[in-house]
Design a protein. Structure first.
Length: 559
């Protein structure tokens, strides 16, 4: 069988689509009359087929051919046919987007499987297979931790057994080489239900730390500690090269992909392209905020809505005493995308929540100041930062403030332009789910007065309604401390105490207010953002059986 993984439907426009596959040999791959050759990385073969010449607002059932022979769909399948559904004027104003993060693969050990519970994406796919295609989502957004390179399954350990003879300096409990990353993606994406879902729902994705290593790019101290190991250089090369192949390429619209110089070089190369990808990984890992770096942030336009994914991991600038989530050049790119024309809804994706439970945000901001101090106090604060994962946006205070200002400007719109109805920030990472309503400088009050029904936002002042929407995990273990920690983190009484502590520590005032509307919700979860003309709603669902989900919360984001 030549088809190893896929097909994965990635970016879809009005007349184009991208289909990603992994094969076990070099070949030509065809979809809907369009073809692409494979490229090779360390003996593995991949292709992205740019499908062009499609009609807007049209559904195209498709087969995937390898050297003219059908490789997908299987001859016998319990699932409906895979198809490409193009975007267009009729579907421009209505979208259903599902999102989540932190999806650990299925395991074969019964006790571990019980601890992990039912995969929410599996259950969603099983339910979706029984629905009319009109009810299917328009996009799937995976917001980090698609694979776990630092939390090994029994399958991982079996594949790694015996490698010490060839790589005596590689640790027994760490993924290091590209081949091992291939195994991680195979464990995650070969799942039959999810494989079918990804063959017909356009999928966008970004990494978080576990795709590479726990606490990846937490601080310059962390980077220095990892650089001192004998295996880290090979690990980061394999991680970033495999991310580029499996995740990043499909995020790009076909015209951007065709113009990408790294992709062009890979397609033009003969034989194994690992030397090109290891050099690309070195550039991506270097703290370069400029043209020589690699930008993993990207944008999708969904009709009258815009989705901007922000790379809040690899884009960090940590050298020379700086502590930035993004450099100036990449922040400038984000600002340009936000300002590029009026939209009904602006959706921002970042694997790490912009807004955390109040008390936890205060702790992170105080820790940033403490960790920058010299001597033992700074060392203790750094150890706490790494041990407690204090590395979210509020731990990068300058970047947090800059993102907040950008969102505030986007919510009010440019003079003469109608602002979006909503600005929604979608995130994962924190192993609980919640929705928070946001008030920003320049917006008088983006709430609906529940007493008299008067719209005091997106009405009298014309500002967008702004929300933080976080869904995590899709499939992961619920550790004993998660529930008490995050319930306490949302405590208003504790927030008053940590706020005063933050003030005394010298943290600059936070230029934003937010109020939790729903949550904290615990356990495996998938969320749905529904956009309909200028209206929006979000729902959170938890798997109740392997083929059904129960809605735990549903919120209108507009009046």
């Amino acid at each position: 069988m030549s088809l190893v993984l896929g097909p994965v439907l990635r970016h879809v426009g009005e007349s184009t689509a991208s289909v990603w596959v992994q094969l076990d040999r070099a070949a030509t791959v065809s979809v809907l009359g369009c073809a692409a050759p494979t490229f090779e990385v360390c003996g593995h073969h991949y292709a992205i087929v740019p499908v062009t010449g499609l009609e807007p607002d049209t559904r195209y059932p498709y087969e995937l051919l390898v050297d003219g022979e059908r490789a997908w769909p299987p001859r016998v399948s319990p699932y409906p046919e895979s198809f490409v559904r193009t975007r267009g004027p009729r579907s421009a104003r209505r979208h259903r987007i599902i999102f989540g993060s932190c999806r650990y693969p299925k395991v074969v050990v019964p006790k571990q499987a019980r601890q992990l519970g039912i995969d929410a994406l599996d259950a969603y796919a099983a339910r979706m297979s029984r629905q009319s295609p009109q009810e299917w989502p328009d996009a799937l957004l995976l917001l980090g931790d698609q694979v776990y390179a630092d939390k090994l399954t029994p399958q991982n350990r079996r594949r790694m057994a015996g490698r010490r003879d060839d790589h005596p300096d590689w640790p027994d409990d760490e993924i290091v080489g590209y081949d091992e990353y291939v195994g991680l993606y195979r464990d995650s994406w070969a799942d039959p239900e999810v494989r079918w879902l990804m063959s017909c729902v356009p999928t966008a994705m970004i990494f978080d730390d576990h795709d590479v290593h726990d606490d990846w790019n937490t601080s310059q101290v962390w980077r220095q500690q990892m650089a001192q190991t004998s295996w880290w250089r090979e690990r980061i090369r394999a991680a970033l090269a495999s991310y580029w192949v499996y995740q990043h390429l499909g995020n790009l619209p076909p015209d951007e992909l065709a113009a990408d110089p790294d992709y062009r070089n890979v397609l033009a190369a003969r034989g194994d392209t690992w030397p090109l990808l290891s050099e690309l990984a070195d550039r991506a890992d270097a703290e370069v905020d400029g043209s020589k770096g690699v930008r993993f942030s990207f944008r999708w336009d969904l009709g009258t809505s815009r989705f901007i994914m922000i790379d809040s991991r690899n884009g960090r600038i940590l050298d020379d005493g700086r502590h930035l989530m993004l450099g100036d050049r990449e922040f400038g790119w984000v600002e340009q995308q936000m300002a590029d024309g009026a939209v009904d809804h602006l959706v921002i994706g970042t694997s790490l929540p912009w807004l955390l439970p109040h008390a936890l945000g205060d702790v992170q901001a105080v820790n940033q100041i403490a960790a920058n101090r010299p001597g033992w106090r700074g060392r203790v604060a750094e150890a706490i930062r790494q041990g407690a994962d204090l590395e979210h946006w509020q731990a990068f205070h300058d970047s947090f403030d800059r993102l907040t200002r950008l969102i505030g400007r986007a919510a009010t719109g440019d003079p003469g332009e109608r602002p979006p109805a909503t600005v929604s920030v979608l995130s994962g990472d924190v192993h609980h789910s919640y929705a928070a309503r946001v008030d920003l400088p320049g917006i008088t009050d983006n709430r609906t007065d529940s007493g008299n029904g008067t719209d005091r936002g997106n009405g009298t002042d014309g500002a967008a309604r702004v929300h933080q929407l976080t869904c995590s995990p899709v499939h992961n273990k619920l550790h004993w401390f998660i529930k008490p920690a995050f319930r306490l983190g949302w405590s208003r009484r504790l927030a008053r105490l940590t706020g005063r502590w933050s003030d005394r520590a010298g943290v600059a005032p936070v230029p934003v207010r937010w109020e939790k509307l729903s949550g904290p919700l615990f356990g495996n979860m998938i969320a749905t953002l529904e956009l309909d003309d200028r209206q929006a709603a979000v729902s959170f669902e938890q798997p109740s059986t392997a083929a059904s989900l129960t809605e735990l919360a549903r919120l209108k984001l507009t009046t």
